[in-house]
Design a protein around this ligand. Structure first.
Ligand SMILES: Cc1cc2nc3c(=O)[nH]c(=O)nc-3n(C[C@H](O)[C@H](O)[C@H](O)COP(=O)(O)O)c2cc1C
Length: 136
């Protein structure tokens, strides 16, 4: 997962085209995840097999549609958190992006942090997923 800044005006049609192109590629690569944006920043989480994740990350990094990409976390997960999401783009407010950045993302590495909220819990809350969806 990473955050980045949208390059130029992020219109609805631009976001739609980006998400459609991403979903098409991700389907082939076996990658699932979610793309959240407040119109100025992106937060993206994606998961899948190593080769698929590498291919997607390569496309993400070479995209001219954003800049200032900062990786937040990268870990091996035991099972998918968002198995049915090829790549949905979801509009959220800036506070939601701030929360995601401040959240704790190291649980998959066996970490624990009582002071921060769990990143995956924030995602499932923002996506309004049933609790069982992410297996938590
Ligand atoms: C925030 C963001 C997320 C993206 N996510 C994906 C993705 O999940 N899978 C993918 O194949 N490409 C992804 N891309 C790359 C887009 O598909 C890419 O923008 C498209 O190929 C057009 O290239 P361009 O942005 O350089 O014009 C992403 C790009 C951005 C800016």
């Amino acid at each position: 997962m990473y955050i980045s800044q949208a390059a130029g005006d992020l219109t609805e049609s631009k976001l739609h085209a980006l998400a459609a192109s991403a979903a098409t590629f991700n389907r082939l690569a076996g990658v699932t995840g979610v793309l959240l944006t407040d119109g100025a920043r992106f937060f993206q989480y994606f998961e899948g097999p190593h080769d698929g994740v590498d291919a997607v990350y390569g496309r993400v990094r070479s995209s001219i549609s954003h800049r200032g990409l900062r990786e937040i976390s990268s870990a091996v997960v035991k099972s998918r958190q968002l198995p049915y999401w090829e790549m949905h783009a979801i509009a959220v407010d800036g506070g939601a992006i701030d929360r995601l950045v401040a959240a704790y993302w190291e649980e998959e590495r066996g970490g624990l942090n009582a002071e921060k909220e769990s990143g995956m819990m924030v995602i499932s809350e923002l996506l309004d997923l049933p609790r069982s969806y992410t297996g938590r």
